[in-house]
Design a protein around this ligand. Structure first.
Ligand SMILES: [Fe+2]
Ligand SMILES: [Fe+2]
Length: 609
């Protein structure tokens, strides 16, 4: 082999190494299943992989454009916007908000013009062909950017493959318009891409609008003028609160019975109260958000209930009252069910409904659900609550109490406080007991970086603030409980795009350690992560339906991370007297990770994949 061939091989290999390193450290690396080895990755400064890729690409091009230095410069200039697009850590929030976006667009627009000027081959073509080449190159650039956006937003398979088809098709077209020779393979590629593209269009046409999956459409609910619910809140040993929302203020009532048959009488169907003696009927005044508390119930007992609204008896719901004691139980934690923008509904299908169905199927024994925040994309918009939260979770929350945690997307708007009925005067934070455990919900909602959708409100949490003092007292009083679990939106330890929230860890951690908190659950990063620090298990469970976020290894700053996976899921927690187990369950019902904790003060913690 002569020296030129050696150089060609070296440049080829270094280019491949540059690409591998770059994609290894991109947030969408786990889309390439064969590359998911994140624990073995070196922690690199974020700039290193793109710079390395740029250097090896320049080297590669230098040897292939020998004698045409102007062309080398033009091609390397056109590679820059591609690199910037691929380097953007998250779309659309960062890319569309940054000055980088403008620079990228300008470079995208100018680069085919540079190449035309620099290439003797293109310069020889007629004006019409040159114009077509530039147009095709622009379309290629924009479809490529759109492809990256879809890739990072975990778009559905067909829009993703159709855009990929568009990108490869336009690449071949641009190449042939620039005077390059298109062989049989190129033509075959174009044919395959056209078929893929048409299939995607056909699917869009036949499946229609993905938005119409809500429960709201049901005729019964329409007749009862219901927009949200009925759903359960504030489950206690002898009481529970039932809520529902109607389109206009009108009176309503709830009928509760330990016997399901008692709620099936024709009188209730017609909106009357039943004659059955075992039923409790509680009236609600003429309001839109109805909040009815049922008292004097028996502890740890199953009940059925039926809401009557506008003279219509709705579907029967069920619940079980809480209890105190060492009997084992299960609960579910999930979060970040927020959806994407309206226009992205088809492209990036939201999975909240699927997550709720998975909870119903795979964790039917759960006594309650904790939602760790970001219920809707914009918590100050009523229709988003109806569609994104109540529409998707309707069946789940009719039969299982959902304890909410306020997230940054709730925007501290009044809807959160109107819709949830919580056992504390300040509903930002509260606690409840179940079985042998205490559950503590905190608010760190306004501290997220990069969310400017609403007013910058935040619940103070520093020592001396009401929340901090309340937490201290609540933890102090919980030492007679076997287990203590804490929930707040932004985890102190996370490796995803959002990253760990350091102030929360600095402020809360000493209290968690002092008062033996056993596990802390959060969301915010749309993924599943397990971290362990000082015998406390920190879980991020933000795969509740919104677009999932991937690992950001080059920005990784969580030294306590033990497991990470970006996928839609929920956590099932099984509590016993001697220990507890947290299982992460995906949409197919597979337990993809579990954490087993045995013993309280110096526990034996085992992880299993
Ligand atoms: Fe979120
Ligand atoms: Fe969040």
């Amino acid at each position: 082999m002569n020296s030129t061939r050696y150089i060609i091989w070296i440049t080829n290999l270094s280019f491949a190494a540059g690409l591998l390193l770059f994609f290894y450290t991109r947030p969408y690396v786990d889309l390439l299943p064969f590359l998911v080895l994140h624990r073995w990755l070196p922690v690199l400064p974020p700039i290193v992989p793109p710079l390395f890729l740029f250097a090896v690409t320049a080297l590669w091009l230098w040897f292939r454009t020998k004698g045409k230095r102007l062309l080398f410069l033009a091609v390397i200039a056109s590679f820059l916007p591609v690199l910037i697009t691929l380097s953007a850590p998250i779309l659309p929030e960062v890319l569309f908000d940054r000055q980088w976006f403008l620079i990228t667009i300008v470079l995208f627009i100018l680069s085919p013009i540079f190449i035309t000027i620099a290439s003797p081959l293109i310069r020889k073509l007629n004006v019409c062909r040159i114009a077509l080449f530039i147009l095709s190159a622009w379309l290629l650039s924009f479809s490529f950017m759109f492809f990256v956006f879809l890739l990072m937003s975990r778009a559905n398979a067909l829009p993703l493959s159709a855009t990929f088809a568009l990108v490869t098709g336009l690449s071949v077209l641009t190449y042939s318009l620039s005077g390059g020779k298109c062989g049989f393979t190129s033509k075959l590629l174009i044919m395959a891409n056209v078929i893929l593209f048409l299939a995607a269009i056909a699917q869009l046409f036949f499946t229609g609008n993905a938005k119409t999956s809500d429960d709201i459409e049901e005729p019964l609910r329409k007749a009862a003028l219901i927009t949200a619910g009925p759903y359960l809140q504030n489950m206690q040993k002898t009481s529970i609160t039932i809520l529902w929302e109607t389109t206009t203020p009108l009176p309503g009532k709830v009928i509760v019975s330990p016997r399901k048959e008692a709620l099936l009488s024709p009188e209730i169907e017609q909106g009357d109260s039943p004659a059955e003696g075992q039923c409790i009927t509680v009236e609600s005044p003429s309001v839109t958000i109805h909040e009815v508390t049922i008292n004097n119930l028996a502890e740890n007992t199953p009940y059925y209930y039926r809401v009557v609204s506008n003279g219509v008896g709705l579907e029967i719901g069920s619940f079980r009252t809480a209890y105190e004691g060492s009997e084992p139980f299960d609960f579910v934690v999930y979060g970040d069910s927020q959806e994407m923008f309206d226009w992205a509904e088809y492209l990036v299908r939201n999975r909240h409904k699927e997550v709720c169905n998975s909870i119903l199927t795979n964790s039917p024994q759960a006594q309650f659900v904790v939602h760790v925040g970001d219920m809707t994309f914009l918590g100050n918009e009523h229709e988003r609550w109806i569609r994104e939260f109540f529409g998707r979770a309707g069946e789940l929350i009719r039969n299982t109490v959902v304890w909410p945690v306020i997230g940054n997307h709730e925007l501290n708007a009044s809807w959160y406080f109107d819709y949830f009925s919580l056992p504390n005067a300040d509903e930002h934070y509260y606690s409840f007991d179940y079985g042998n455990s205490r559950f503590i919900v905190l608010a760190v909602e306004g501290y997220a970086v990069g969310h400017e959708y609403g007013p910058p409100t935040r619940t103070p949490m520093e020592p001396g603030s009401p929340q901090y003092e309340w937490l201290k007292k609540t933890l102090e009083n919980s030492q007679d409980k076997t287990w203590r679990f804490v929930f707040f939106h932004q985890s102190p330890f996370a490796s995803g795009i959002e990253g760990g929230y350091t102030p929360a860890s600095k402020i809360f951690e000493p209290l968690f350690e002092q008062y033996h908190v056993n596990a802390v659950f959060s969301g915010h990063d749309h993924l599943h992560e397990v971290s362990i620090k000082d015998n406390i298990v920190y879980i991020v469970t933000g795969g509740g339906g919104g677009p999932v976020f991937s690992l950001q290894p080059d920005l990784r700053h969580n030294p306590y991370s033990c497991y990470f996976k970006a996928t839609w899921h929920h956590c099932n927690v099984h509590i016993a007297d001697d220990g507890f187990e947290i299982k992460a369950i995906d949409l197919k019902g597979r337990v993809f990770h579990s954490v087993k904790v045995i013993g309280n003060y110096s526990p034996n913690i085992t992880l299993q994949e």
